[in-house]
Design a protein around this ligand. Structure first.
Ligand code: AGP
Length: 609
């Protein structure tokens, strides 16, 4: 969480840094701040709350300078306030930081004994003080930063400037993401690609333990101990427009509507129609290893974990390999049985989620192999995995994940087809049926989006409820969880997802006239049972909203609202049923007037444990 940006070059830094922070606000919005270096003097401007508050101040009081750093904060140490906003300054050494310094209390005590006074409650401020302290001895900015980073334990991506050497910007990374953008005679550094996309597509991805010193003429990357590192920039194919709202009221709505394109892009180039086979270019795992698997762990957090739950259904059904699904924060602490015949499949939109990354490392520590399904190119998870299946969803800015989720489902479906075929569990005819369904999926997602007006109307009638129940069975149970999570995240309405068959074992006690129950009931083998659940809800006065498909009949009497999605194979139905639930959450949130793209207390990538 938190986003950092830095700029050094011939242009005024503030507007560039501000623009970068705008693209990173999804990472946190408790406070924001910028520091700019002008004629050897650093000026800092900070504000509590969203970036717009900082912008207002900057409008009144321009920050001049061609070297600048900025920060948008998701509070960990110290409440959201101006004094805790970054940048932090000690004696002219100014820092912005994303991560957590674990030993900051010990260091703070030591620094206090040396006469330092602190003006914030953050862990970050100690970095500025440490650099100042080391500078007293060595009078060299770069050396002082190296020494200070040697003192700290924990995770960081930092950018620093100082008045003592006003021609430099230094950045370093350990555990938190940091990308360098190379322009014409100028350099950028940021927590994520979109912050720099409107200036350059040439990016260098820093590894943990690397430090980069920028001057206006050059940049030099080294390890923390000073060993030079050679890196070739990668050209990013995302266009700047992909990170804009494009006329939509919110990023979330834009991203919901991008799903037909995102799914088509995730499928593109991966199907060999002639033999009904799937081709996965970066899979990076030997066929012999995959053929011999005894178990697959799928590990993820939040929405990506819901995709993992769907993945279990797919892989067990078509590849006939036992699959265990774990929440990443649980997996890493439960001493999982990783062997030479297990595969850990991690799923992450951002590729930076701390717990998922730790699960990946836990697997590697035990000698196991990791395959990642990931959206962000060259993210930590993408780089550290043995193999990768990219979801080509493009940048997802809305905090509530939508297009990343459906493309994760598609990536899981592709992997299932690949593995099922490799293990001889899928005959040609089944593969053809599965691939035909996949190819027609983007068009069917478009049809789902046509439900928008009906869903907006449904939202109007349901928005005042204080609780929602979501029910689904089989591969629709994860969609019930996902629908409930979407509603919770952006509308702040309490919602729970349950397997429909469990309703009688407890949740039925909640049902009264006030409780909307969203029932996901495509026409599959459990349809009649789920339809019976609807009757049970109605018999107790509950309000049913049913999401079903064109093959289902007889729901008009069992539900107050019926939303009908097109038909597809049961394995892909979760993609289609999730679309109306995204739209329902979106419209309820808009009607309630919440901040849809940046809901309270949340951040897009959770880079702390
Ligand atoms: C989804 O709407 C959430 N914002 C959140 O649950 C998210 O899916 C989770 O934090 C995992 O993120 P990742 O996919 O980037 O690892």
């Amino acid at each position: 969480m938190c986003g950092i940006v830095g700029y050094i070059g011939p242009r005024q830094a503030t507007s560039i840094v501000l623009d970068g922070l705008r693209k990173l606000e999804y990472r946190g919005y408790d406070s924001a701040g910028i520091a700019a270096l002008d004629q050897g003097k650093i000026n800092i401007c900070r504000a509590e709350g969203k970036l717009v508050n900082l912008e207002k101040i900057l409008h009144e009081r321009a920050l001049i300078g061609t070297i600048g750093i900025g920060h948008t904060r998701w509070a960990t140490h110290g409440r959201p306030s101006e004094i805790n906003a970054h940048p932090h300054n000690s004696g002219g050494f100014v820092v912005v930081h994303n991560g957590i310094i674990e030993n900051y209390l010990d260091l703070k005590t030591r620094l206090r004994e040396q006469g330092h006074h602190f003006s914030s409650d953050t862990d970050t401020e100690i970095i500025a003080h440490l650099v100042e302290e080391h500078y007293k001895e060595c009078s060299d900015f770069e050396t002082s930063v190296r020494k200070a980073l040697g003192d700290v334990r924990g995770a960081y991506a930092v950018a620093m400037i100082c008045e003592q050497e006003p021609d430099k910007l230094i950045a370093a990374k350990q555990g938190s993401p940091l990308v360098v953008g190379q322009g014409q005679g100028e350099f950028f550094v940021a927590s994520d690609i979109p912050a720099m996309l409107s200036h350059t597509r040439e990016m260098v991805f820093l590894e943990d333990g690397e430090l980069v010193v920028f001057t206006t003429e050059a940049m030099a990357i080294t390890t923390l101990d000073g060993t030079p590192v050679e890196k070739t920039p990668k050209t990013i194919t995302w266009s700047p427009v992909m990170a804009e709202k494009d006329g939509y009221r919110h990023f979330m709505l834009k991203e919901i509507h991008e799903q037909p394109r995102a799914i088509a892009d995730t499928i593109a180039g991966r199907i060999r129609e002639e033999h009904a086979e799937v081709f996965l270019a970066d899979l990076g795992l030997e066929d012999d290893f995959l053929n011999d698997l005894e178990r697959i762990y799928i590990v993820a957090c939040g929405t990506s974990w819901h995709a993992a739950l769907v993945g279990k259904f797919l892989l067990e059904k078509h590849a006939r390999i036992p699959v265990e699904v774990d929440i990443a924060s649980e997996f890493r602490y439960r001493d999982p049985l990783v062997t030479a015949k297990t595969l850990t499949l991690v799923i992450s939109q951002s590729g930076e989620t701390a717990d998922t990354l730790a699960a990946l490392r836990e697997t590697h520590g035990k000698g196991g192999k990791v395959l990642a399904i990931c959206n962000v190119v060259e993210s930590s998870i993408a780089r550290e995995s043995d193999g990768i299946i990219y979801t080509h969803a493009g940048p997802e800015i809305g905090v509530a994940s939508t297009k990343a989720f459906t493309t994760q489902l598609v990536a899981l479906y592709l992997f299932t087809l690949y593995l099922g075929n490799l293990c001889g569990k899928l005959d040609l005819e089944t593969r053809r049926t599965m691939l035909d369904a996949l190819v027609s999926l983007p068009r069917k997602v478009e049809e789902c989006l046509e439900l928008n007006a009906a869903i907006e109307q449904a939202a109007q009638s349901l928005m005042h409820a204080s609780d929602f129940l979501y029910l689904g069975r089989g591969n629709q149970y994860p969609i019930a969880l996902e629908g409930a999570l979407k509603l919770k995240e952006i509308s702040y309405i309490h919602a729970e997802g349950y397997p429909a068959g469990e309703m009688k074992h407890g949740p039925i006690a909640l049902i009264d006239e006030q409780l909307p129950v969203v029932v996901i009931a495509p026409h599959n083998e459990t349809f009649e049972k789920v339809a019976a659940n609807m009757e049970e809800v109605q018999a107790r006065g509950g309000r049913v909203l049913a999401v079903t498909d064109q093959a289902a009949t007889g729901l008009a009497d069992r539900a107050e609202i019926v939303l009908v999605v097109p038909q597809t194979v049961d394995d892909l139905m979760p993609v289609l049923t999730s679309i109306p639930l995204q739209l329902l959450a979106y419209h309820i949130a808009v009607l309630k007037g919440t901040d849809v793209d940046q809901p309270r207390n949340l951040a897009k990538s959770v880079t702390v444990e």
